[in-house]
Design a protein. Structure first.
Length: 466
């Protein structure tokens, strides 16, 4: 079978969920008599034929594959995210699954914001040596990149470098950073002095997938102890996890839907599925658009960031965009780096919210793209990435994943602490690129290795800081 230029292995079709001891990855799509589809002309990875299951939901199952996963593995009791328990048990050999890299084994209490006592930290003047190295790493394609780096390994003497730091483009899935910011801002607005109440909403609010998820191609991990059936209903924590870890656009659109309901109904949230459906059907589109802007765009400025340089203006799925019209999305490496600085300072909403967002970004499974650099195996990596590539027929050219000849965008943001559990090396990086016909995943990985070795060279002989 060939879908959008990719050959699909025959054994990837028609699989049902395996027994409960095997964690499964499921691509969640609302079938409604049709297969999941990608927008015309856009090639974004593998698709599979799916079997229609109960309640009209189709799920394609791929075992132990998919994107990077996030949140510390001991986080299940606090969040109710069952995936975390499955991965934790895998480390103990109690269920089948891969072993985590050394840098992915920090506990929830070990993942913390690192600049809470340094609110004065900003991006300092550019360091010529670091700037020169960045351009050198990128070589002949440097004009197709935007990169910003802040080395905080010596907090008394931070070192900043950038090349094309103001390069402005669509953030892709990195825009999900603004979604999670907005969710925590809405919770803080409703429960300003009650952090446990905010976290209780995330854990207890159950979300049922509906037409907003149409369509997506990412897989999300599903594991229900004692029940091998696939589940499409989960708590809001789980949807946040799927949005940021598996980078599911379907999950992101469900989170934005819940965000709008949260802002509109306040302490009346969560609402029943019937009430949610009625709200989106009966509310005029203009009012929905205004609510989306109030819920998703305005919090960026409230948190000291520039919406003209960092904005997620719409849903991530075509159906979501049809139901609620939005606006454009944009990012620059420099403003993304400022987001990471404010996160480390506890200034994304507040310290409690920043800490939870950082935990959601902590990579605890298969590392991809920038974060897959062998140099980062022992490091704790807090990471988000996004990509979009498009291909057009061209003599002598074969379209491959992450090698588009029309567009080949890849964006990565990362906080690196190395070795994990120390701050011997502590740096932040934001990277955006559109290098045509080259494998951008490999290019980002290679850059990550070179940058890490450079940061190491700046601090040789420095004792690890706890």
């Amino acid at each position: 079978m060939v879908r959008n230029g990719f050959k699909i292995p025959s054994d990837a079709r028609g699989r049902g969920c395996r027994p409960l001891e095997m964690l499964t990855y499921c691509r969640v799509c609302c079938a409604f008599e049709s297969a999941c589809a990608l927008p015309a002309g856009v090639i974004r990875g593998f698709a599979t034929t799916s079997k229609q299951l109960r309640l009209g939901f189709a799920l394609a199952v791929i075992l132990w594959s998919g994107g990077a996963q996030a949140y510390p593995l001991d986080g299940y009791p606090a969040t109710g995210v069952l995936r975390l328990e499955a991965y934790r048990l895998a480390q103990q050999g109690k269920v089948r699954g891969p072993q985590e890299p050394k840098g992915a084994l920090l506990g929830r209490d070990q993942v913390d914001i690192r600049l809470a006592r340094r609110p004065e930290v900003t991006l300092p003047a550019e360091d010529p040596q670091l700037n020169s190295a960045l351009v050198s790493f990128l070589g002949e394609d440097s004009d197709r990149y935007g990169v910003a780096v802040l080395d905080l390994s010596d907090p008394e003497n931070p070192r900043y470098g950038e090349t094309r730091g103001g390069y402005r483009a669509n953030p892709g899935s990195v825009g999900k950073l603004m979604v999670v910011l907005s969710v925590f801002q809405a919770l803080a607005d409703i429960y300003p002095d009650d952090v446990p109440a905010r976290l209780a909403v995330l854990k207890n609010a159950m979300v049922t997938a509906d037409e907003f998820i149409l369509t997506d191609h990412h897989e999300v991990p599903i594991w229900v102890p004692g029940n091998p059936a696939i589940q499409y209903r989960a708590n809001l924590w789980s949807y946040l996890d799927w949005m940021l870890s598996a980078s599911s656009n379907a999950a992101a659109s469900m989170v934005i839907r819940e965000l709008m309901l949260l802002v509109y109904f306040g302490k009346g949230y969560p609402v029943e599925p019937e009430q949610s459906k009625s709200f989106f059907q009966k509310t005029p589109k203009k009012e929905l658009s205004d609510l989306l802007s109030r819920a998703l765009v305005e919090p960026v400025a409230r948190n000291g960031l520039n919406p003209e340089e960092l904005r997620q203006g719409s849903f991530f799925t075509e159906k979501g965009k049809q139901i609620v019209p939005g606006t454009s999305s944009c990012a620059t490496p420099r403003e993304l780096l400022r987001y990471l600085v404010r996160l480390e300072q506890g200034r994304i909403v507040d310290e409690a919210s920043s800490r939870e967002i950082k935990r959601l970004l902590y990579m605890t499974q298969r590392r991809i793209r920038y974060a897959s650099s062998p140099a980062l195996v022992d490091a704790a990596v807090y990471f988000k990435s996004g990509s979009l590539f498009r291909c057009d027929p061209e003599p002598g050219y074969t379209c491959r994943q992450y090698e588009g000849n029309l567009d080949n965008m890849m964006n990565s943001v990362a906080i690196v602490e190395a070795p994990a559990g120390t701050l011997q090396l502590h740096y932040l990086v934001a990277m955006m690129s559109n290098v045509l016909r080259k494998n951008s995943a490999v290019e980002h990985q290679s850059f990550a290795t070179r940058l890490h070795r450079l940061i190491e060279s700046f601090h040789r002989g420095v004792s690890p800081k706890p």
